[in-house]
Ligand binder design. Structure first.
Ligand code: GLY
Length: 426
């Protein structure tokens, strides 16, 4: 089977590694992925449809949210090309925070109390009246930067100014969602969906802050591990029954059945899961730890993605919760300056070092020069990890591999998995 993966991060490299039994191309890709001779950007819908036709691919797997929200899957289906990912209408679960909150309220899905404003003065007046910590979210996509957790009213008012008056995210700031701050522990819960049924993957936990001890500015994610012990069998069952089931039924009732991967961002407190956000694509870095575990758990990644794209997950047996008899951890190695403007062009050394069995290196912001050298080409450069029998073993293998790779200005967190390891996950 010939598969085109859209995207250029560690997520897409991990997906390509999980599909290595196929003939895979990745666009625009990175230094480690097989790319077409003329790479096409992930937001160039015409270019992507033409590339899929020219390359005669059997399946397109869409990595990032932007092409999904723009309607790439609809365009591919119109051209007769099978695609894994939601249609534009179904992608509103991530593309509009206001849609997502109203959807949860309509279908009884637990999330934080909220209000939606399309007028900046009304949003500001609401904040002045409430005078408590609040979360302010741009309605549309904002490259992961449109959420401000405001401890004070001044911070919340500043967020409304930035999003709605200065319009730093453009049309994504036509409206804001203002919601209560939830307490608890976060987890990333992914299910593969075919419009009616859902196939759960190992629950993961990401580390969003740049520094050890969850300090410093937010990033796209500095490391992840799975399975995350905070998602017990009981929590997983609650999420399937109270979140995933109603979401699939609700979207189908709206005429927008959800096919693709639904990434439920959870906050878990006192044994109760609530939905922080929906994403309609795989998480990054979560995919770097989920894909290696899929291989241990039954049907291969290709079978699962292909069956979902055809609306036929019923052909497969879903894994039971104890199917994940292993653990994976990934540590993001980042470029100097990240999460601000990263320095590009630093030569990466150690990529050819021989690694321990179980170690893996997924490329993200990398580029290969004409002389064969691989250099930094983005903020998050590599996701380096380990697969082991236990989380402790995965941790040891992952950090062993991180220690073999260097470049000027490289930085990473040294405490990925700290919550689970403290709980005794080793
Ligand atoms: N790791 C969080 C995300 O992919 O949105």
């Amino acid at each position: 089977m010939r598969v085109l993966i859209v995207g250029s991060g560690a997520r897409e490299h991990a997906l390509a590694s999980g599909l290595r039994s196929c003939d895979v191309i990745v666009t625009p890709g990175n230094a480690a992925t097989p790319t077409p001779s003329v790479p096409v950007r992930a937001d160039d819908l015409d270019g992507l449809v033409n590339l899929a036709l020219k390359e005669r691919v059997d399946l397109v797997v869409v990595g990032p949210e932007v092409p999904l929200v723009l309607g790439l899957v609809d365009r591919l289906e119109d051209a007769g090309i099978k695609a894994f990912g939601p249609t534009r209408a179904a992608a509103r679960l991530e593309g509009s925070k206001a849609f997502m909150k109203h959807f949860c309220a309509t279908h009884g899905i637990a999330t934080s109390p909220f209000a939606v404003f399309d007028d900046a003065d009304r949003a500001s007046a609401y904040i002045e009246k409430e005078r408590r910590p609040l979360v302010v979210k741009a309605d549309g996509l904002a490259a992961g930067k449109g959420v401000v957790v405001a401890q004070t009213s001044a911070e919340a008012l500043w967020a409304v100014d930035q999003i709605m008056r200065a319009r730093v995210f453009g049309a994504a700031g036509d409206a804001v969602v203002i919601e209560d701050v939830l307490g608890g522990e976060e987890a990333s819960f992914h299910v593969i969906c075919d419009g009616e049924r859902a196939f759960p993957l190992a629950a993961a936990q990401d580390h969003k802050r740049v520094g050890d001890g969850d300090r410093g500015p937010n990033t796209g994610g500095m490391g992840a591990y799975a399975p995350a012990p905070v998602v017990t069998d009981e929590i997983a069952s609650k999420v399937m029954e109270r979140v995933v089931g109603p979401t699939l039924r609700g979207m189908a009732q709206m005429g927008a059945p959800f096919r693709g991967v639904l990434f439920v961002g959870l906050m878990i407190e006192h044994g109760e899961p609530r939905v922080l956000e929906f994403n309609v694509r795989f998480g990054d870095p979560e995919t770097s730890v989920i894909v290696p575990l899929v291989r241990l758990a039954g049907p291969g990644l290709l079978e699962v993605l292909d069956a979902a794209a055809r609306g036929k997950l019923s052909e497969l047996r879903a894994p039971t919760w104890n199917a994940w008899n292993g653990a994976a951890m990934a540590v993001v190695m980042a470029a100097d300056g990240y999460p601000g403007a990263p320095r590009l062009g630093d030569r990466i050394r150690g990529l050819d070092a021989s690694l321990e069995p179980g170690a893996f290196v997924f490329h993200a912001g990398t580029k290969r020069l004409a002389d064969g050298a691989v250099v930094t080409a983005g903020g998050r450069v590599l996701a380096v990890g380990g697969l082991g029998a236990t989380l402790g073993e995965a941790h040891r293998i992952a950090y062993g591999a991180v220690g073999a790779i260097h470049w000027d200005g490289e930085h990473h967190r040294s405490d990925i998995g700290h919550r689970a390891l403290v709980r005794g996950g080793a």
